[in-house]
Design a protein around this ligand. Structure first.
Ligand code: 6CS
Length: 345
């Protein structure tokens, strides 16, 4: 063990020295498009990433943040990342039209109930560096760098929801992807798709009757002001992919990729803690500022939704073929293995 530690220390020292010698980073600016506004989980991630890039490149690399709204709508952000107009971006639910396989993150009741376990699985080399996952982005001129869970998705509506019957015919707003529409249709709802920036008024005017967001977003976009009930079903986490333009990524030097890799690793725990803090604090703000009623579904109530969501896994496979099927099998296996390991500890 002693030998192992000294060996690791020597390797670390060697790498540090090599890093210092090769520290001549070219001066450059990377533009980073966000799907969320300032103060959000994506903003916190990007701001820390920018800080780390500045530090690790001795000030040579500047990362400029473009919060939601500055580059147009959500799909404009992905178009800009695909064309190379911006180097970095987040992509989540609306990305389904661009990278169909990314809808794996829209499936309900696929991950475990333990957020930290899921975060670790999704950022493990087994999942993130898997050829199928990488190719699904790279085939569309993008390169996936990290997977960022932002907290549990929480339903809101102007009526109580405890059973699929309660959701019957509800015009619940989903992000723009087929998996989500199929999932909510399976629950009996009548989903509608609305751009993020138009959602507040759609809820206010009754064009959308329900909403699905992590708590921090219900608060910072003020959606909760026009909804009466918040329903915690822990059916899925909100998950975004941090990605770069493929050609930009391929043109990076080894040193540039290395510092991105280091930052990505450092950010896994950082953003997990930050999203939990934001989601907890914002729930308090919502409770203080409104009389919204909070409902937490029991395990039996969750099971009724889980049963209806199960066949949608096949829809994902039908949409994404053998590649999607392998990705889903892999994810399910990795989650199961991680759960078993946790039980053994
Ligand atoms: O619902 C949406 O459209 C957006 N919600 C969040 C929390 N992040 C980005 C996403 O596009």
């Amino acid at each position: 063990m002693l030998w192992r530690n000294s060996f690791c220390a020597a390797v670390a020292l060697g790498l540090a020295t090599a890093g210092t010698q090769a520290a001549a980073f070219e001066s450059q600016t990377w533009r980073f498009g966000l799907e969320e506004i300032e103060g959000s989980v994506q903003y916190e991630y990007a701001a820390k990433f920018a800080e780390l890039m500045d530090e690790k490149s001795d000030g040579a690399i500047t990362v400029e943040l473009y919060p939601y709204g500055q580059l147009g709508g959500l799909t404009d952000i992905y178009d800009a990342a695909q064309s190379g107009a911006i180097q970095l971006a987040f992509g989540s639910g609306f990305l389904g039209g661009t990278v169909p396989e990314s809808q794996i993150f829209s499936l309900n009741f696929v991950l475990s109930d333990d957020e930290w376990l899921n975060t670790q699985v999704l950022n493990s080399d087994d999942f993130l560096m898997d050829d199928d996952f990488q190719a699904s982005f790279r085939d569309r001129d993008l390169h996936p760098i990290a997977v960022v869970p932002e907290g549990w998705q929480v339903w809101t509506a102007n009526q109580e929801i405890r059973t699929p019957d309660d959701m019957s015919g509800l015009a619940i707003r989903t992000m723009d992807n087929r998996l989500l529409r199929e999932t909510y249709q399976a629950y009996g709802a009548d989903p509608v798709t609305v751009e993020y920036g138009e959602l507040y008024s759609a809820l206010q005017l009754g064009q959308a009757e329900g909403n699905i967001q992590p708590v921090f977003a219900h608060e910072e976009m003020a959606f909760y002001e026009v909804q009466d009930y918040m329903i915690f079903a822990n059916h899925a986490q909100f998950i975004a992919t941090f990605m770069g333009n493929r050609d930009w990524w391929d043109g990076l030097s080894d040193e540039e990729r290395e510092i991105i890799h280091e930052a990505r690793e450092e950010l896994v725990e950082y953003i997990h803690d930050k999203q939990q803090e934001l989601n907890t604090d914002r729930l308090e703000t919502i409770k203080e500022n409104s009389d919204i009623e909070i409902i937490e579904l029991s395990q039996d109530e969750r099971d009724a939704f889980a049963e209806l969501a199960h066949p949608v896994r096949q829809t994902f496979v039908d949409m994404t073929g053998e590649r999607g099927e392998r990705m889903l099998d892999k994810l399910l296996n990795l989650v199961q293995e991680a759960q078993l390991e946790e039980e053994d500890e």
